[in-house]
Design a protein around this ligand. Structure first.
Ligand code: AMP
Length: 594
């Protein structure tokens, strides 16, 4: 983006964040002005557009509550049962955050908001990294899923697929190394191979490396570990491998692939090093940063990404969901653990349901300090039902909230399912840290371990593997009740930093990891453990590639690789089958709890 463009974008950002309150009011008034007459809102507003009535009468809902309306539209009824503007298509959410993929209506107005968001995001990036559009190309790994047609004839696709399919994307696709045909190849293996090939061929032009989420960047590094020799051989002889049969991929590759032994040797030299520390920087020496969301469930990949990045900044640019675009990170160079998203008041009408207490589990000390009984401590942690939501500008620093969105596209006081913590303000607009997904809960007996608590316990335990040069490359969990008492099972995939395949880990260390996790888990868990109502925590080490297989399973079920988020805990029998069939070691914390 040129200087004048970025300055205009930054000016808009300042105006939006200074006038957040008025803009939010306007957004809500406009939504009600257009949609109050819909069948859905008439039930609560009787056609009136008063914002106070909206807050008093319109219920807070989940997807399940509005699904009947969405299904009716998908089946051919007019969209004005839910929203005034015509639905142009549906976004399919990833469905990996602990549920089935959802269909979210989208409209031309929302598409406009997307364009404004792009301008704002690019302005922030240009401010910090300069005009990269004219400095080279971005190696952004992008994947699409075939578009589905609903009975009404409306298309349904993931947000990322929809973005790449827009005609506007074709005009900016020259900014990327990946030829458009490789992005649209529905076979993720062929797509990944050809996108990496294109990125390697243009390695001297690459100014950023990334994907939407950190896990996809790491998936590509693992892929490169398996395929760099073949890729180099293709570059050496100027011919693509026979197994690339997708005609779009073959054609695109034939246009960029030239016989280039020098390039192949230089890549071989880098990739044949024993350690892949800093491999991204070595392969793409002009890259300025790695762009990939690495907050929330993605934070588990930060250490590994930093290792491969060799000092390149990791940039978590934005926070968005299929339902609404929410915020931008105004300090893209901040440490992953400090990343905050400044909300954009023009994108949707945002409300925040206060979590009754701290959203992270009450610590033992805190619970004792508060004089809570076991029952009360559980209640206090989970209950936010009887509190009133607050407006965007009225949130309090340090407080955790569940996000509600109201959009012009038919979502009214809709629970996105994410918990956020207010970390500060930019002008009059709050900034939030992503805490966890509300519905991702590891549970056994009456213990409920939230995603953030689980992540904290795993982080503390995996630190014991650090001195051994071992990464935890993926984890998930479930509550095993097949024996009494039940217990928590964690699946861990490990990898040596030197690229070595971990066949065996010192059992003593793994038992320590189990204990460390238990130590870190919440007060309620420990109480049940002491009373032997929950049995010793177990870590099952799975062989390398297991979490790729899990990702492949979810992608085969409809998730897009560009939007995939690993489940921190699962109840899916199929997922557990994939995990259990790859276990190479089982470890338990000592029988007597801490
Ligand atoms: P989807 O359901 O596929 O639309 O994915 C949206 C979800 O991804 C959000 O509701 C969050 O749970 C997660 N997400 C999106 N952006 C971020 C981010 N910057 N940090 C953490 N999680 C995110």
């Amino acid at each position: 983006m040129a200087r004048s463009g970025y300055e205009a974008g930054m000016k808009m950002m300042e105006e939006l964040t200074t006038n957040a309150e008025q803009i939010q009011e306007q957004v809500l008034e406009e939504i009600l002005g257009r949609n109050a007459g819909t069948e859905y809102l008439r039930r609560f507003l009787r056609g009136e557009t008063d914002t106070k009535l909206f807050k008093a009468n319109v219920p807070i809902v989940t997807y399940e509550d509005i699904k009947p309306y969405i299904d009716r539209i998908a089946n051919g009824e007019p969209s004005d049962i839910l929203l005034d503007e015509p639905v142009i298509q549906f976004y399919r959410s990833s469905g990996t955050s602990g549920g089935q993929p959802k269909l979210i209506p989208t409209t031309a107005e929302l598409a406009n908001k997307g364009a404004i968001f792009d301008t704002l995001l690019q302005s922030v990036m240009t401010k910090h990294f300069g005009d990269l559009d004219h400095a080279g190309k971005r190696m952004e790994l992008m994947f699409t899923k075939p578009v589905i047609e609903t009975p009404s004839g409306l298309q349904a696709a993931s947000v990322t697929t929809s973005i790449f399919k827009k005609s506007g994307f074709r005009t900016i696709s020259k900014l990327y190394t990946s030829p458009i045909e490789t992005i649209f190849c529905s076979d993720t293996k062929q797509s990944m191979y050809c996108q990496l090939l294109a990125g390697l061929i243009r390695r001297d032009e690459v100014v950023t490396v990334g994907s939407t989420f950190a896990s996809t960047v790491l998936r590509s590094i693992k892929f490169l570990e398996d395929y760099w020799q073949e890729l180099c051989s293709n570059i050496k002889i100027g011919q693509i491998s026979d197994w690339i049969i997708d005609s779009g991929c073959r054609n695109a590759a034939s246009l960029i692939l030239k016989h280039n032994p020098d390039l192949a040797y230089s890549i071989e030299n880098i990739c044949s090093c024993k350690s892949w520390e800093g491999i991204i920087r070595k392969l793409w020496p002009k890259a300025k940063y790695i762009s990939a969301i690495n907050t929330g469930v993605m934070s588990q990949y930060t250490a590994e990404l930093e290792f491969y990045g060799g000092g390149l900044p990791l940039v978590s640019g934005f926070y968005a969901c299929s339902e609404a675009i929410c915020g931008i990170n105004l300090e893209p160079l901040s440490k992953s653990s400090d990343v905050s998203y400044t909300f954009l008041p023009n994108m949707a009408y945002f409300e925040f349901l206060p979590m009754k207490k701290d959203c992270v589990t009450i610590s033992q000390d805190q619970a004792q300090f508060d004089g809570l009984s076991r029952h009360e401590s559980i209640e206090k942690k989970t209950n936010n039902e009887d509190t009133e939501p607050v407006d965007l500008v009225n949130v309090k620093p340090g407080q955790c909230y569940e996000l509600l969105v109201t959009t012009s596209a038919g979502l009214y006081r809709y629970r996105v399912g994410d918990i956020l913590m207010v970390s500060g303000f930019h002008n009059n607009t709050p900034q939030f840290r992503f805490v966890e997904r509300q519905n991702v809960i590891l549970s056994i007996h009456a213990d409920k371990t939230s995603e953030a608590d689980l992540s904290k316990a795993v982080t503390e335990a995996k630190a014991l593997l650090d001195p051994l040069g071992i990464f935890l490359t993926g984890y998930t969990s479930y509550g095993d009740t097949s024996s009494i008492p039940g217990h928590y099972v964690l699946f861990w995939e490990l990898k040596g930093k030197e690229g070595n395949n971990i066949k065996e880990v010192d059992p003593k260390i793994m038992v320590e990891c189990c204990s460390k996790m238990e130590e870190s888990l919440n007060y309620t868990y420990k109480m049940y453990r002491k009373e032997n109502e929950i049995a010793a925590l177990e870590i099952r080490v799975v062989k390398q590639g297991t979490f790729d297989a899990l990702m492949d399973y979810y992608v085969s079920k409809g998730a897009s690789l560009s939007q995939f988020k690993a489940p921190s805990c699962t109840k899916s029998m199929e997922a557990l089958k994939i995990l259990d069939s790859r276990v190479i070691g089982k470890f338990f914390s000592p029988k007597t709890p801490i």
